[in-house]
Ligand binder design. Structure first.
Ligand SMILES: Cc1ncc(COP(=O)(O)O)c(C=O)c1O
Length: 373
């Protein structure tokens, strides 16, 4: 089986698997316990907290471990807006039409509480322009949220400029970095972000663990997303998942080496050359700067449904984001770019595993050719 859906989740890296296995054996105590084993677990958790903080230029006290980017995004919106951090008169949020679906669900909930949401449109290349954000900010804007890298197009948004615009307007700025972390360089000061979301399974770590960075966390009035016994600065109750955090730390350490080797292979170039050689018409969605590991391709003359059906035992292929690929509706990202429903249905989101072989792409293109008129 050739897995072409790493944007949805990467397979566990071997070093991470090893570290998880060791951590499940050794880090079984509760980090809140005051005995020796509990303290050891507490120390291990805080080592990874420091590691993540160092990676992004933050203080360890500004990092909270969560179950993943969905939860981090929930904290970013709900804990900040409902916790008394921002004046209750400010009930306007700016986000974009191409965010992960969890952001839309959070915004729907906030709308039910009286918030008003502006969904900014991307440009034709799938990028969120700083001007469009500046125009959307109002006197009553409480929060701006723009993802760093889009999970269907692999496009990289100008986060630093958007962050600067938010800073100038005195508005808090959150960015979802689930797809960018360890693939694009992140320094929270350079990027001018106040809040950022992370996920381990997008870099070969375990599922069920992630983090959120909140600038000056301890000085803020935040509503807990899970009320509990005070863990994670009282923001996120529940026994802290030490073994998963150890696995997250290992993924942060080893993923870049694999990703660098993968990037050097330039598989996207190889794939596009091959499609041209086989005279398969294609259009790339999101043409500006994007990740080497992901491409959104519309194949107007290819019966993509037939391709996916016929080859389901050979390839894991995605048409939109994982959360929507089982739904019939066209991807919201593609429709935001102006693609017709028919074109959106003829689009593949290919995201490559780190050990992809060129021969895998030879076979894929042969299959695409067969499904092309
Ligand atoms: C941009 C983006 N945000 C959030 C998520 C959700 O991440 P998690 O699975 O860690 O909750 C994903 C992954 O599906 C994503 O791609």
């Amino acid at each position: 089986m050739i897995y072409l859906d790493t944007v949805a989740s990467y397979p566990l890296l071997p070093e991470v698997k090893q570290s998880l296995s060791e951590a499940f054996d050794s880090l079984y105590a509760n980090s809140a316990s005051s005995h020796l084993l509990g303290e050891q677990v507490w120390d291990e958790i805080n080592k990874v907290r420091e590691q993540l903080a160092d990676e992004i230029g933050a203080y360890p006290s500004e990092i909270i471990f969560t179950s993943g980017a969905t939860e981090s995004n929930n904290i970013a919106f709900k804990s900040l807006l409902l916790g008394g951090e921002i004046s209750k008169d400010k009930k306007h949020i700016v986000t974009t039409q191409i965010e992960h679906k969890c952001v839309f669900a959070i915004c729907d909930y906030l709308e039910s509480l009286g918030y008003e949401i502006t969904y900014v449109k991307p440009n034709k290349d799938g990028i969120i322009n700083v001007d469009s954000i500046t125009k959307a900010i109002r006197a009553d804007t409480a929060l701006v949220s723009v993802m760093h890298v889009n999970n269907e197009l692999g496009t990289i948004n100008p986060i630093s400029d958007i962050g600067q615009a938010c800073f100038d307007a005195g508005v808090l700025f959150h960015s979802d970095a689930a797809q960018s972390f360890k693939k694009v360089s992140i320094d929270i000061d350079d990027l001018n972000v106040d809040v950022m979301s992370f996920s381990a399974h997008k870099i070969g770590g375990p599922k069920g663990i992630g983090a959120i960075y909140i600038r000056d966390l301890r000085k803020r009035h935040l509503m807990p997303v899970i009320h509990g016994a005070g863990q994670e600065d009282g923001l996120r109750g529940g026994t802290v998942a030490a073994p998963l955090i150890a696995g997250f730390g290992k993924a942060i350490e080893v993923f870049p080496k694999y990703y660098k080797e993968f990037t050097l292979k330039n598989v996207k170039h190889y794939l596009l050359e091959l499609l041209s050689e086989h005279k398969v018409p294609y259009e790339i969605n999101g043409k500006a700067t994007n990740l080497p590991s992901c491409i959104s391709l519309t194949l107007p003359s290819t019966d993509t449904s037939l391709l996916i059906r016929e080859y389901e035992n050979y390839y894991c292929l995605a048409q939109g984001s994982a959360c929507s690929s089982k739904e019939i509706e066209a991807s919201h990202v593609l429709t935001a770019l102006g693609l017709t429903r028919e074109k959106a249905e003829r689009t593949l989101r290919l995201s490559f595993p780190l050990d992809l072989k060129f021969s895998d792409l030879d076979k894929l293109v042969a299959a695409i050719k067969k499904a092309t008129q």
